[in-house]
Design a protein around this ligand. Structure first.
Ligand code: NAD
Length: 268
């Protein structure tokens, strides 16, 4: 039984985690944490998630949650991630980071913590998307630079970062398959007189609308044909189940270090 604490428990993903944890006998939810200013603190986490009372209130007591849990699952806000991992590394607890949009300093803090604790971090925790990463890398390798690559992603209007972490990872995987440095070839949207499309460029485009949970398409196009590889999430449960699966994987015991869902799912 893996004792899990959720950070960001009142949010959209936090609620999906509470719902899915209830259905997984190998997971015991021991704490549901949100920020002190969250008006939902004090409410029962199950009631908020729509599954009825589970006897666990949403609190802002992160230190108590870290002590109670074997694994922390953070789906909060990028600025909070260094706080979660600092406390987790002080108490030698493993962490699953689902939160995206980390800046270079925040990423560096995560990598430093990974010297002393095991961390699973993935911009997208769903099995389908992690399979997509492997497929687009292979497509990049096989199709090569003769195929123009454009990545489009669509998310709900409340998403704070753009493009999505998943779109960036898809771009990195295509670049890896084509032996390119992603940073050198990525272009984010286009406007004005940008000139002709250079060979090897990877375009990334973000759409924000209504309640879209998460769509990603990678287009490989050359004169005469197009290949499109798409993933559409229809429920946040796909991410929540992946994160809970990752927490059980961590609790089974892994050396300090950075892991991703490819490790958890044995796709590497
Ligand atoms: P959300 O805004 O609905 O929820 C975030 C929650 O975190 C809120 O309740 C907020 O009050 C809380 N929070 C903010 N600062 C906090 C702090 N300092 N301490 C504790 N709680 C804090 O957002 P969401 O849609 O649930 O997404 C959360 C994050 O997860 C985003 O970064 C999003 O991009 C990412 N996400 C990742 C995946 C994945 O598979 N990796 C999937 C979906 C969303």
């Amino acid at each position: 039984m893996t004792k899990v604490a959720i950070v960001g428990a009142a949010g959209r993903m936090g609620q999906a985690l509470v719902r899915c944890a209830k259905l997984m006998p190998e997971i015991q939810l021991v704490a549901a944490v949100d920020q002190a200013s969250c008006p939902l603190c004090g409410k029962d986490a199950g009631t908020l998630a729509g599954i009825g009372e589970i006897g666990l209130a949403i609190t802002h007591d992160l230190p108590a949650a870290v002590k109670a849990a074997d694994v922390l699952i953070d789906f909060s806000f990028h600025e909070n991630v260094p706080v979660t991992i600092k406390l987790a590394s002080e108490h030698k607890k493993a962490v699953v980071i689902g939160t995206t949009g980390l800046n270079p300093d925040e990423r560096a803090a995560v990598e430093l913590a990974a010297k002393s604790i095991a961390i699973v971090s993935a911009p997208n925790m769903s099995l389908g998307v992690n399979l997509l990463f492997a497929l687009v890398e292979q497509a990049g390798k096989v199709l090569g630079l003769d195929y123009d690559v454009e990545i489009t992603e669509a998310h709900h209007k409340f998403k704070k970062d753009a493009p999505s972490g998943t779109a960036l990872r898809l771009g990195e995987k295509v670049a890896q398959g084509r032996k390119q440095n992603f940073r050198d070839v990525a272009i984010y949207g286009r406007e004005g007189l940008g000139g002709e499309r250079p060979r090897g460029q990877i375009g990334i485009h973000a759409l924000r609308a209504a309640d879209i949970i998460g769509d990603h398409t990678v287009l490989f196009a050359t004169e005469g044909e197009r290949v499109e590889i798409s993933h559409r999430a229809s429920s946040r449960d796909a991410f929540a189940k992946g994160a809970l699966h990752a927490s059980a994987w961590l609790a089974a015991g892994h050396k300090p270090g950075m892991y991703d869902m490819q490790d958890v799912l044995g796709l590497r």
